[in-house]
Structures are given as structure tokens and as C-alpha cells.
Design a protein. Structure first.
Length: 763
């Protein structure tokens, strides 16, 4: 599976633990990885380590010894060590299962040929690659070439950080030295073969696949859709006569895995072909080589259906199509399924976009990131990715707008480049027909009678959209074959692969699942009749953080067996309200709309911390749990409030406060919603300013966490006033038209003691 490059470095180090403690070594690191003195400095360290290195595990000894020998530039000895390692692992021909060790085998082989026979490294590496990859099947070859293509910058960053950590010291112990050697060897390896990878991968792909990269499909209204098709070659059939059941290319028709996307940054067409499918990627009209104006969301359902119908008619297709995607391309399968084409047989999405639900607004609150995205997507086919990815530029825009107090609609004017599509979105703050036409709505979900797999995470921006599709499908189709898998993942982990830590939080080992491979296993179950993955034993499949285990439930409600009601009172020992009598006690909260001194305040990033940095928020803390308690599911609540405004934007964040004093964030980002849409996202119901009233809600996020004895639940209840999103001044008018002139009177809230959260728990 694809992983971030920094994770790859960590994995190399993890598999090669150091030996028992021994003497320290004097060591002064180079200034940078590119420092001209770096090879000599690292060689000197390795040479001093080799004579004293000991390890009881033979395989670990050989792996670490080879790294030391590589750093020492003794490639002949390193090659012998790595060959011995392969033989110990069961095969001198190829490592099974495929391991990143293969990369070092190829590098050492090429370096040894260079040292012994004066064969240039590039020539030797090409020979080593061809020899290695010729032994691999399509899936392993695809994985290997993706590993080799990991960007160098991650390895460089890891090495620079390792040097910097050591800089203030005069000595390095043996364990740290070995970890540093592996980090250095990884950087040097990727730097040496990086320029060779693209041509080698293309050469191998030509042997394995047939690629049509410039297919154009025309729509009924005259637009053109750019399509890429990659098919596995049948290399077992050398007979010139086509066997029965094959097409003109001599291959059997196959099911197709299809992604419809607006971004050309990456695609999985070849990966799908490596798994025995035809891989098809189509691009929204106006993107890549498609001829049309780019308008996100509005045409994708019809266009995806057009491509599906085209696929089903091709000689290489067996008439069955599965759609998949992440982010925007996670939305398009649902757009197609609004009127399901006959050939669409399965859908698998992760981090799925849901227009009107999580983009361009969340909880009916518009996000600045949507403005930024709209500019890039509608600009032109060759969007300025460097400018789009310049975070400093966009943070400056956020802060300038926030300090100015101008209308939200003026965001484009401040940037100097308005976005007509963003203004169009602002004209639809409710989940009205404009948004409802883009994906299935209410009873339209009942038409979807194909298998569906939704993958999401407790820390994913997209989670509310994923849960929307899941809950609405089951609500309107009681027989829906729709499974959900969720764990401690953010959007990046679902797209690029697992990480052992997530913003300071140590991810349970059980949660480190190859989600992309799981997707293919699920498609193999649907299309090839293979057994379903055991991880999908239930309709809802969730990892319990802190318990390091997966659970399976028939529904979201069945994740827990009771509801724990926690009242929002100033102290946990406040007496309960007498029956039939409203609680008159309240917790006051005041927020100034005029205070913009926090414009540059960075958002809280860590999911595990010793303190909470709260602003414009009130905190409530439960009594300690007297026994282990599992919080699993979707929480809900009722706020008994009095507000001096007609509306407000709220956010709720929950933490476990452990007995040891650590705060563990249960989900991220916060669940947030506009009070006037709390009970109905399609119609706005304003608050009654100055009156006591009840505000009921259900979170659009779920989580699962095992609380230990002595832990407490911490509730941080805040009001949104941030530079990166719309500000609701509470006049009751169109929020995007409000400005700081509407905020001269502070927001004043009374949180009465009858307010509560209902927490789903299992004891």
C-alpha cells in the first residue's frame, strides 16, 4: 500500500531494532543531508559501530549489519549480508511476502557491481530492477514501483530532523546511532535511484498492461469527457487464435473498476488492473482534455452514467462496473447512483464529499477552504498547484478578512480574484433543491440495491458526509447492503496509508489496516465470489480506541447498549432538577464579535495533550468513571438556553481526561452546526432572542473509545468565531451578508442546568 515517505523511513527503522546498551560514541552530525562532509561523517560512525555490533536475532543482525556496511561504503560485504538474509527468509530468489527489503537488495546489488566491476550505478540498478520485477506478479510489481516512487523530500526531512535532534549532544548511544544509520541509508538509497524510477516503471508497465490514455467520450449536450483505460495483458496466451470467450486481444472480458474525478493528481487505474480488473478513470468535463467549462458537482452524475454506459459496451468489459473514490471522487458514485445505471454493480468510497453536507459548508457554516478549492477547480486545466498549496498565502487571506470585519461575500474581493461558483454556493445556505439534485435525496436512496462499502474515520473532515450516505441509505432502504468501516483515521490516512501516530495520538495496532487493499478484497467478494473480508463481519465495523480491538454491530444504534445522560452543570455535584420544575441555575457565556486579537491564533493540532487551549467556549467535566466504560456511537443532546441573538454557530468537542491527566480527543474536527438548522438542514428556524428555549441536536460524527476507571468525559462547548469560516453575527439575516457592524452587541448565552448530552456507552 502507498504510505507517506516519512512513514516509510520509520518502518525501515522499526524493523531493525538496536542491540543491547553499550558504550556511547562521540558524534557531531552534518549540517544538512546534502552536506559534502555527510558521507565521511556517517561512514566514520558506521566503521566504529561494526566491530562492537551484537544482536541475538540472526535476521535482525544481518539486516542491521547490511545497513552499517552500506553507510561504511563496503557494498561487497553488504551484498553478502543481504543475500544471507534472503536465504534465511526462505528464498534466494524473491522475498515473500513482498517486503521493502527488496529495495535495499537492488541498491546494494547495483552498488556492489559498481565497486567490483566498474559498472555505473544506473546501469546496475536497471539490471537489478529488471531481474527483481520479472519475478513478481502484477500486484507486487505495482506495489514495488509505488514504493520506489516515494518522494525524496520525506526521507530528507526525516534525516534533517535526526541530525537536528543530535546537534546539541557530543555523544550518541548505540541504539540512536543505528536508527540514524538507517535514516541516512534510506535517504541515500532513494536519492541514488530516484531519477531512474519513472522510466523503469513505464518499461515494466508496457509489458504488463494495455493503456489507452486519450479516450474522449461525448455527452448528449456536446461536452467531452477525458477518459483513461488500463487493462491487464494476458501474457499466458501465446496462441494467435483467440480461445472461446475472449475478445480480439485474446483476453477474457473483465469487470471494471471506475473512478470519476475532478483532479488529475493521481489515479488508481493501473492499481485496479494489477488486481485483475479493467481500470478506468474519467475526469469532470473541462478537466484534462475534456472540452467544456468546469462546474463542480452539477454535471457529474449524468456524465458518470454516460461513461458507465460506454464501458458496458466495450469488448473488454463483462458488463459489470464498480465505482470507487475518495474526496470528490467519493461523491461521484453517489451522483451516478441517483439514477443507477444497470451496469453499476457496486460502490466503495472513503472520505466521500457530500455537497451541501460537508462541502462547501459543514453544519450549514461555509468554510474558507471551499473558496480556495473553487478557484483552483474552475480556473483552468493547468491550475497553479504551487499557489494553491501555498498555505501562508491562504492563512494571510483568512486573517485579513477576519481583521477587516467585512462581509463573508467579500472574501474574493480581498483575494483579488472572485469566484462566481463560490458566490453561487453562498446563495444556497440551506440544503435546498440546488444541493438535493446532486446526490440521492430521501426516497431516491431506496433505488440503490447494490452492495456499498463506506470507509471513514473518527478524525476525518469528511466523516459527516460518509455517515450521511450511510444513514440515509439504510433509512430509506431497509434491505440496503451497505457496510461501514470506521477507525482512528483522518482523510490523509485513508488516502495515503496508515501512520502509527496521528497528531500525537498513538494509533492502536489493530487499527493499522491497509484500507485500499481491503477495498480490493471487498470488490473481489462482489465480482469474483471470494470470501468477504473478516473485518466486515457487521453492518457497522468499528475500532475501539484504547481497547485495540474491532467490534461489529448491525446498526449505529447497536454500537452501544445504553445512553448515559450528562447534564451541563457548573459542578458535577449540583443537585438534580426537581420533577416538573425547570432548573433556574445556569452557566453564563459571553463572546465579543469585535475582538479580533486572535486572528493569528493557530488551531489546536494535537489529539493528545496535557492541557486544553479553549477560547469562546465553556468546559464541563463529568465525575470519574468507576469502571471501564466504552463510548461508542453518535451522541445527541438538548440545550436549554437563553440567547440575546436570533442565531449562533456552535461547536462541540469531547475528550477523555485520563486519571493521569492527559486529554485524548475523541474526534476531530469538532462537531459544529448553525443553531437555526439544528433540527432541519433544509429550512432555517431562527431562535427567539431573549427567550428561554430548547435546542435539540444529533451529532453528525461518531466515535469509539474505551474509557478506563478514573477517566472523565470533558465537554467543550464553543461558539464559532474563527478566521477560516463564516461568522454568524446573529441578526437572523443572510449570514454571508453580515459584517462586524452587526456585532456591536456581544453574544450572551445562558446554559441552563437542564441542558444535557446523551452519550452511547457499553459497560
Amino acid at each position: 500500500m502507498t504510505k507517506t515517505s516519512f512513514l516509510v523511513v520509520l518502518l525501515f527503522i522499526t524493523i531493525s531494532r538496536a542491540w543491547a546498551d553499550g558504550p556511547n560514541f562521540e558524534f557531531h552530525p552534518p549540517a544538512t543531508p546534502e552536506d559534502a562532509e555527510a558521507p565521511a561523517i556517517m561512514r566514520d560512525l558506521a566503521v566504529r559501530l561494526i566491530p562492537v555490533y551484537q544482536e541475538s536475532d540472526p535476521e535482525r543482525y544481518l539486516a542491521n549489519l547490511s545497513a552499517l556496511q552500506m553507510a561504511a561504503r563496503d557494498y561487497t560485504s553488504a551484498y553478502v549480508s543481504r543475500q544471507s538474509l534472503r536465504e534465511r527468509r526462505g528464498s534466494a530468489d524473491v522475498v515473500r511476502p513482498l517486503s521493502r527489503d527488496v529495495i535495499y537488495d537492488m541498491v546494494v546489488h547495483a552498488k556492489a557491481m559498481e565497486a567490483e566491476s566498474r559498472i555505473p550505478f544506473a546501469e546496475g540498478f536497471r539490471a537489478a530492477f529488471r531481474e527483481e520485477v520479472s519475478r513478481l506478479d502484477d500486484q507486487d510489481a505495482d506495489v514495488l514501483t509505488r514504493w520506489l516512487g516515494t518522494p525524496l523530500h520525506g526521507f530528507r526531512e526525516a534525516l534533517q530532523q535526526a541530525f537536528d535532534r543530535q546537534r546539541a549532544k557530543d555523544e550518541i548511544d548505540q541504539s540512536e546511532a543505528l536508527a540514524l544509520i538507517w535514516t541516512y541509508v534510506s535517504f541515500e538509497a532513494y536519492r541514488s535511484f530516484g531519477p531512474l524510477v519513472d522510466s523503469l516503471a513505464a518499461e515494466d508497465d508496457g509489458r504488463r498492461y494495455t493503456a489507452d490514455t486519450d479516450v474522449a467520450i461525448h455527452t448528449r449536450d456536446g461536452a467531452s469527457i477525458s477518459v483513461m483505460v488500463i487493462r491487464p495483458k494476458d501474457r499466458t496466451n501465446s496462441d494467435s487464435t483467440n480461445p472461446p470467450g475472449t475478445n480480439s486481444a485474446g483476453t477474457k472480458p473483465l469487470p471494471t473498476l471506475f473512478e470519476f474525478t475532478i483532479s488529475g493528481a493521481r489515479n488508481y487505474a493501473k492499481e485496479s488492473a494489477a488486481h485483475g480488473y479493467v481500470g478506468v478513470v474519467a475526469y469532470s468535463r473541462g478537466k484534462r482534455k475534456g472540452a467544456a467549462t468546469v462546474v463542480p458537482y452539477q454535471h457529474d452524475g449524468d456524465d458518470a452514467r454516460t461513461v458507465i454506459d460506454w464501458i458496458a459496451k466495450q469488448p473488454w468489459s463483462d458488463g459489470r462496473v464498480g465505482m470507487y473514490g475518495e474526496g470528490y471522487s467519493g461523491y461521484t458514485p453517489w451522483a451516478a447512483a441517483k439514477r443507477p445505471p444497470a451496469a453499476l454493480k457496486a460502490i466503495s468510497t472513503s472520505a466521500a464529499g457530500a455537497p451541501g453536507i460537508v462541502v462547501p459548508s459543514k453544519g450549514n457554516i461555509f468554510q474558507n477552504s471551499a473558496f480556495r478549492w473553487s478557484l483552483r477547480m474552475t480556473d483552468d486545466k493547468a491550475s497553479d498547484a504551487a499557489s494553491y498549496n501555498d498555505g501562508a498565502q491562504w492563512r494571510a487571506l483568512d486573517e485579513n478578512w477576519y481583521r477587516s470585519g467585512r462581509r463573508y461575500r467579500d472574501l474574493g474581493r480581498l483575494h483579488g480574484k472572485p469566484s462566481p461558483i463560490f458566490i453561487r454556493w453562498l446563495n444556497h445556505p440551506s440544503y435546498d433543491r440546488y444541493w438535493q439534485k446532486m446526490v440521492p435525496h430521501r426516497k431516491e436512496f431506496a433505488r440503490i440495491n447494490i452492495p456499498v462499502l463506506t470507509i471513514t474515520g473518527y478524525y476525518a473532515e469528511s466523516e459527516p458526509g460518509d455517515l450521511y450516505y450511510f444513514t440515509q441509505h439504510h433509512r430509506y432502504n431497509p434491505h440496503a447492503d451497505h457496510a461501514l468501516i470506521i477507525g482512528p483515521y483522518d482523510d490523509a490516512m485513508m488516502q495515503r496509508g496508515m501512520s502509527t501516530t496521528l497528531h500525537g495520538y498513538q494509533v492502536d495496532a489493530a487499527a493499522l489496516v491497509d484500507l485500499r487493499e481491503l477495498r480490493y478484497q471487498w470488490f473481489d467478494h462482489v465480482f469474483k465470489g471470494n470470501a468477504a473480508p473478516s473485518l466486515l463481519d457487521g453492518t457497522v465495523n468499528f475500532e475501539v480506541m484504547g481497547a485495540n480491538e474491532w467490534r461489529h454491530a448491525p446498526s449505529l444504534g447497536a454500537m452501544a447498549d445504553e445512553r448515559l445522560r450528562l447534564y451541563l452543570r457548573e459542578t458535577a455535584s449540583d443537585p438534580p432538577t426537581q420533577p416538573g420544575k425547570a432548573n433556574s441555575a445556569f452557566v453564563p457565556q459571553t463572546m465579543s464579535f469585535l475582538d479580533r486579537t486572535d486572528a493569528a491564533r493557530p488551531p489546536a493540532a494535537e489529539f493528545l495533550s496535557k492541557s486544553l487551549a479553549t477560547r469562546d467556549a465553556t468546559t464541563f467535566v463529568s465525575e470519574p468513571f468507576t469502571k471501564p466504560t466504552e463510548f461508542s456511537g453518535v451522541f445527541s443532546g438538548r440545550f436549554d438556553v437563553r440567547v440575546n441573538k436570533m442565531d449562533m454557530d456552535l461547536n462541540i468537542t469531547l475528550y477523555e481526561l485520563t486519571a493521569g491527566g492527559e486529554y485524548v480527543r475523541l474526534f476531530s474536527p469538532s462537531t459544529e452546526f448553525r443553531a437555526s438548522y439544528a433540527r432541519d438542514r433544509t429550512h432555517r428556524h431562527l431562535l427567539r432572542a431573549g427567550e428561554r428555549q430548547m435546542l435539540t441536536f444529533e451529532s453528525e460524527r461518531l466515535t469509539s473509545r474505551q474509557f478506563q476507571t478514573g477517566s472523565r468525559l470533558v465537554i467543550v462547548l464553543g461558539v464559532n468565531k474563527q478566521p477560516d469560516r463564516e461568522i454568524n453575527y446573529g441578526t437572523g439575516n443572510d449570514v454571508s451578508e453580515e459584517s462586524i457592524a452587526d456585532g456591536k452587541v456581544p453574544l450572551k448565552i445562558r446554559w441552563y442546568g437542564d441542558s444535557y448530552l446523551d452519550i452511547p456507552v457499553r459497560r
